[in-house]
Every structure is written in structure tokens, then in C-alpha cells.
Design a protein around this ligand. Structure first.
Ligand code: PLP
Length: 485
């Protein structure tokens, strides 16, 4: 089994570039192949390997050089084989007692991540399933740090004033979701309109917080993005940090996607203010190229971080007294049993070195810039947001519609054309996604449907960008031809 599965993994890494990005298969065919009856008796190994091959063939390939959807990076051999070993060893990284070396490795990689992005060389924290869990945990810690009553005993609703979180209109959906999960309610999330670069407006934040205080609400937290999911906008972290300090707000930075770009020397000024945050989310399974799942929450103040998680059960009582040996991750997060995620970060950083990873990130940013240049040079395309990191948002505008837009002389006509363009680009995206040549997803930017390429792949070349843009043009022409036939 070891030989065959290692062979399959190796073959996959070598052939991923030659596959269609999305399987040319229907849900019906996949169901026929896999919706089978329960295997009561063991099956021969060869048949299991056939299943694995069919699973590979029926997958979308996030590691393909022309996969640009959502925020999904390729795996690497270092990450893939680390996961194999982690599952083979199978520690449950609840605490030092349960997994002495794995727990130490996790504490070390958390510290490394803090220093890699210029946050804090002594950051504490933990690895999570991803950015959503890191954000949820951060908001839980923030709320308990700022609430004036004993929330663990009394719950949220003890008659106290509503506690408010401030976000920009570009915030990731995991933040309002966290507010909901924590029982704060989405009404506690004050959305501040972003500026014309899709960044947080610090002046508007200051005003909103003052207004809410006058109205007997209690501002307690602001969430800035170090790379929004939609367009990769980096909020003015130092300005937001300053407002947070003046208003006594917990300052959380969602860097799930973009924080690793702070490793790139030329980017450092853009991330100034990151060091002011009380907590930062960062996903190694996005721009550090480790396999899913692997998120991370970094925290500055270990005591505040532990406040919500006082575990008192006899079952988890720690009998060790030395600091290192009494350490428990349940003091910092929600989960008890936890997989050994740290090994894939450890092996990735040691195998490639942080310098090479930073170079790969810089190359991804170059690719996004190149894409934006090609878009700006082509009258059939319109760039919809500045490229700040490695996301490029644009739309296809056929010459016929472009002319009509220029001559439209009333609001209604412009709105109709806008809606038509939105529909056209949505159809282009959907057809491309199923076509298998290149894969884009979308972003809604001020009611405009944008085709969106998020480039976090060391395999992507300029030729891949050219092919992708050519595929957009061809797809648009196909749709036009079908409409006219
Ligand atoms: C900025 C940002 N925050 C949070 C998340 C959520 O991360 P995850 O999917 O790992 O839960 C994402 C996902 O794309 C993201 O881009």
C-alpha cells in the first residue's frame, strides 16, 4: 500500500499541469462511480488504487497552474508527505502531555509565523482548521477580554449594552458568521463603507465608534484585513491600529490570505501597523502552500488569550508543573482533539527555507501585476480594482456594449447595461469553470460582477496568464455566437 500510494502521489505532482483544471464529468457520473454500497468485506488493493485514481480524475485541481479560483493554493511534496506522517503517527495535539514533541513543534511554528510576518517574535497562539476558525477564536477572546461581566457564567444577554465590532464592507464572511455563532448577532457588526481602493476608511471608523458610544452601544473590536478575499486590498493597518488604541478596541487583523506577503521585503511598508494588532489570523493553507487544513491564530497577550478557556474537568487536569510540560492548547482554543498540523509547516519551511517561500510569493504578485497590465492594454477588458497583492479583478466588455455605455445618457440605460455586463461575465465565469482550461471565480465589487484571479501558485507562468485571458475572450465569443444563432 505504501509503495502504491507514494507512487500515486508522486505521479500526481508530476502530471497535475497536464490535467484539465476541472474534471470533465457530471455529478451523475461521479455518483454512479462512488455512491456504492457499504463494503462489508475487504476488497483487493488494486481495486482501492483504482478508486484513488478515479478520485484524482474526478477532482478539481487547485495545484494546476491555471487554477485561480477562491483562495486555494497547491500542495507540495513537503506538505503532502508531512500529512502522511502526521496521520501515521496520529498524535492528538491537545497538550504537551498528549504529544510532547508535536506540541513543542506547534508552539515553535506559531512563533516562526509571528516573526516571519513581522508581527511578534514571541507570539503565542495555535493552529486551527482554517481562517474561519481562527477568526471565530479571535473574536471570542476579544469579546471576553473587553466584556465587563463574567460572560462564561452569565452568557451574553445579561442586560448589558450591545457590544459592537467594526469591519469594512470588504470583510470576509467568517466575521459576521463568528458574531452570529458567539451570540452577539450580526447586528453587532457595524459595516463601514470602504474607500475607492476597497480599503477600510479609518476616519469613518473613528466617527462610527463615537456615534455608537453616544447611542449607548459598546464598541469593543475592530477587524482589519491584510488582504481582502475579494480584491486583495490591504487596509491601512497603522491608522486602524491608532483608532483602536484611542477607543480601547481589540484590534484583530484578518490576514488569512494576505499576511504571508509581509515576508516580501518590498511589501513590508504596506503591512506597517501589523505589529499593533492584538491578534492576527494567517492561513498556511493559503499562501504558504501547505495542504488544507491549516490556519493559525497569533496572539500577543497569552493571559488574555487564555481567559475564555478555563478548563476545569478532572479529565483534562494537568499534573505537570514545569511551564513547558503543563502547556495545553485547550487553554487557547475551542478544540480538544487536534491533528498534528504543525508538521507540514515545519517540513515546508525547513525543506524550502523561508527565503524561497518569500520569493514564490513575490513571483505570484508579479503574475498578478502582469495580468493587470495585459488587461489594461486590451480594450475588451476592464480592470476593476488595483492589484495590491496577488488578486486581479476585471471584466470582459465587448466592443458593442462598451460603445453603448459611452453613449448612454440616462441612469436607467446605464443600469441596464451594467446588469447586462454582470450577466455576461457571470456566464463567462461559469462556462470557463466547467471548461477545464482555466478557472476563475468572482467577486462583487460595488454591484459589479468581477472575474477574479487569485494567484497563489508557484507553477503559474506568464503563458498561463495569457492562455487564461485568451480563454475569457474565446468563451465570450462562443456565448455571443450562440446568442446570435
Ligand atoms: C481574508 C479571508 N479570511 C478568512 C477566510 C476563511 O478561511 P478558511 O476558508 O480557511 O476558513 C478566507 C478564505 O478565503 C479569507 O480569504
Amino acid at each position: 500500500m505504501a509503495e502504491k500510494l507514494v507512487f500515486l502521489s508522486d505521479e500526481y505532482f508530476r502530471t497535475v499541469t497536464d490535467r484539465p483544471v476541472f474534471p470533465q464529468i457530471t455529478g451523475e457520473t461521479i455518483a454512479q462511480r462512488f455512491d456504492t454500497s457499504l463494503p462489508v468485506e475487504a476488497e483487493p488493493l488494486e481495486s482501492l488504487i483504482d478508486d484513488c485514481r478515479a478520485i484524482i480524475d474526478g477532482s478539481r485541481h487547485n495545484g494546476h497552474p491555471r487554477f485561480f479560483g477562491y483562495v486555494a493554493s497547491p500542495s507540495t511534496p513537503a506538505g503532502g508527505f508531512a500529512d502522511l506522517l502526521a496521520s501515521t503517527l496520529n498524535p492528538s495535539v491537545t497538550s504537551w502531555r498528549s504529544a510532547p514533541a508535536p506540541a513543542q513543534v506547534e508552539r515553535t511554528v506559531v512563533r516562526w509565523l509571528g516573526s516571519l510576518i513581522g508581527y511578534d517574535d514571541n507570539a503565542v497562539g495555535l493552529l486551527t482548521s482554517g481562517g474561519s476558525m481562527a477568526n471565530l477564536t479571535a473574536l471570542l477572546i476579544a469579546h471576553r477580554a473587553k466584556a465587563e461581566h463574567a460572560v462564561a457564567q452569565e452568557g451574553i444577554a445579561n442586560g448589558a449594552e450591545r457590544m459592537m465590532i467594526y469591519v469594512s464592507a470588504q470583510v470576509h464572511m467568517s466575521i459576521p458568521k463568528a458574531a452570529d455563532v458567539l451570540g452577539l448577532g450580526q447586528k453587532s457588526v457595524r459595516i463601514i463603507p470602504s474607500d475607492d481602493r476597497f480599503c477600510f476608511n479609518a476616519i469613518a471608523l473613528d466617527e462610527a465608534s463615537k456615534t455608537d458610544q453616544r447611542n449607548n452601544l459598546k464598541p469593543f473590536c475592530v477587524v482589519a484585513s491584510a488582504g481582502t478575499a475579494a480584491s486583495g486590498a490591504v487596509d491601512p493597518l497603522a491608522e486602524i491600529g491608532d483608532v483602536a488604541r484611542r477607543h480601547g478596541l481589540w484590534f484583530h487583523i484578518d490576514g488569512a490570505y494576505g499576511a504571508p506577503a509581509a515576508m516580501v521585503k518590498e511589501c513590508k511598508p504596506r503591512f506597517a501597523g501589523l505589529e499593533l494588532a492584538d491578534s492576527v489570523s494567517l492561513d498556511p493553507h493559503k499562501w504558504l502552500y501547505t495542504p488544507v487544513d491549516c490556519g493559525c491564530l497569533l496572539l500577543r497577550d497569552a493571559a488574555a488569550a487564555r481567559k475564555p478557556f478555563v478548563a476545569e474537568g478532572e479529565y483534562v487536569k494537568v499534573h505537570e508543573t514545569a511551564e513547558l510540560e503543563s502547556f495545553a492548547f485547550w487553554d487557547y482554543g475551542i478544540e480538544l482533539s487536534r491533528r498534528f498540523r504543525a508538521l507540514k509547516i515545519w517540513l515546508t519551511l525547513k525543506f524550502y527555507g523561508a527565503r524561497r517561500i518569500a520569493e514564490a510569493i513575490a513571483e505570484d504578485m508579479e503574475m498578478a501585476k502582469y495580468m493587470a497590465q495585459q488587461i489594461e492594454a486590451d480594450p475588451e477588458f476592464e480592470l476593476l480594482a488595483p492589484v495590491q497583492l496577488s488578486i486581479c479583478c476585471f471584466r470582459y466588455v465587448p466592443a458593442s456594449l462598451s460603445d453603448q455605455m459611452k453613449s448612454a445618457n440616462n441612469h436607467e440605460e446605464r443600469e441596464n447595461l451594467h446588469a447586462e455586463l454582470n450577466r455576461l461575465n457571470e456566464r463567462i465565469m461559469h462556462r470557463m469553470q466547467r471548461g477545464g482550461r482555466a478557472y476563475l471565480s468572482n467577486a462583487m465589487l460595488c454591484d459589479t460582477f468581477a472575474l477574479r484571479a487569485c494567484i497563489i501558485n508557484f507553477r503559474t507562468t506568464r503563458a498561463d496568464i495569457d492562455i487564461t485571458l485568451e480563454t475569457v475572450r474565446q468563451t465570450a465569443r462562443e456565448l455571443e455566437a450562440e446568442e446570435n444563432s
